[in-house]
Design a binder for this molecule. Structure first.
Ligand code: SAM
Ligand code: DTB
Ligand code: SF4
Length: 326
């Protein structure tokens, strides 16, 4: 891709990133590992208690059968991954899961649906779920896909605290991963979420065969959202057989740690979440991610359709590191 093409991609109407910010992120990635981690830890301590990690529990409220073609996703109908389709869960099932999450010490409950976006008839029962989960004293988060005009306002009214909608990767790599919605669609949804005064949870996935420059591009793009997202999930691709990205070259764990560190430095006030990909991540690598400034995790035995470390195992890890869960 030429510099002119890159310039064009990064100046989409609502994409505020310019190549200078990408270069800044790239320069951070290129630092010696210890210098990068020292800088990240310094920024981290200036804005957060360094021994505290926020716990969010996920629940898939509608599973599989999705019409989109996201190349990483086991829930896309067009890939044959063995995920069992499930209609929208009844309110009682959601509440049972939320109560368990609360008892286990989670403070936020994130409800995910395998939709391109919610139809109006789908939204109503989700609004009931949000209200009921909030009444349990949990923070609420939802990830339902693209939002249409007016839907963010309804979510806000129901008591939604956070909306998760990821940019996934850098604009120049995005077209190789997803074709059924474009980057601008994602930025538009994020703008609707902001306008409705819901906190933004927005991050991406690494380990999809992208270059370091693309990882820098993703972080720069996130950092240039104005205001910056309150919550930034950094996912390491969970490779699921049947998806196009199955068999991609796995990312070097130290490069994953670097990605977390660059996110911490460029998004100093955001909670950076060490997200998908922890199930098979050695504890020492997770500890390095916390040192690099990660201060949130998905907590609970399952993500949406794939595994996550057992809650008990996570509590033991945090205890070993002297990290307080919040
Ligand atoms: N369907 C909605 C959407 O795509 O906006 C919401 C749910 S979707 C599963 C939420 C996010 O999960 C995706 O944007 C992607 O970043 C992440 N994700 C999905 N599959 C993943 C995988 N195999 N590994 C890592 N992250 C994944
Ligand atoms: C996010 O950034 N990661 C979560 C959440 N937001 C919705 C999802 C991870 C999904 C991993 C694959 C699965 O379990 O289906
Ligand atoms: Fe559908 Fe979301 Fe999966 Fe994409 S990431 S295929 S939109 S469930």
């Amino acid at each position: 891709m030429t510099d002119a093409q890159l310039q064009e991609i990064y100046t989409l109407p609502r994409a505020r990133t310019n190549p200078v910010a990408v270069a800044e992120a790239e320069a951070l990635f290129d630092l010696p590992f210890n210098d990068l981690l020292f800088r990240a830890q310094t920024v981290h301590r200036a804005h957060f208690d360094a021994n505290q990690v926020q716990l969010s529990t996920l629940l898939s409220i509608k599973t599989g059968g999705c019409a989109e073609d996201c190349g990483y996703c086991p829930q896309a109908a067009r890939y044959h991954t063995g995920v069992k389709n499930e209609a929208l869960l009844p309110l009682e099932d959601v509440l049972t899961a939320a109560r368990t999450a609360r008892e286990n010490g989670a403070t936020r409950f994130c409800m995910g649906a395998a939709w391109r976006g919610p139809k109006q008839k789908d939204l109503q029962p989700v609004l009931e779920m949000i209200k009921a989960v909030r009444e349990l004293g949990l923070e609420t988060c939802a990830t339902l896909g693209m939002l249409q005009e007016g839907q963010a306002g309804q979510l806000k009214q129901a008591g939604l605290d956070y909306y998760n909608h990821n940019l996934d990767t850098a604009p120049e790599f995005y077209g190789e991963i997803v074709s059924t919605r474009d980057y601008q669609d994602r930025l538009d949804t994020l703008e609707q979420v902001r306008a409705a005064d819901i906190k933004v949870c927005c991050g991406g996935i690494v380990g999809m065969g992208e270059t370091r420059r693309a990882r820098a591009g993703l972080i720069a793009q996130l950092a240039n959202l104005d205001p910056q997202p309150e919550s930034v999930p950094i996912n390491n691709l969970v490779q699921v057989e049947g998806t196009p990205l199955y068999g991609a070259e796995p990312l070097d764990p130290l490069e994953f740690v670097r990605t977390v560190a660059v996110a911490r430095i460029m998004l100093p006030r955001s909670r950076v979440r060490l997200s998908a990909g922890r199930e098979h991540m050695p504890e020492a690598v997770q500890a390095l991610c916390f040192l690099a400034g990660a201060n949130s995790i998905f907590y609970g035995d399952k993500l949406l359709t794939t595994g996550n470390p057992q809650a008990q195992q996570d509590r033991a890890l945090l205890e070993k590191l002297g990290i307080r869960p919040v």
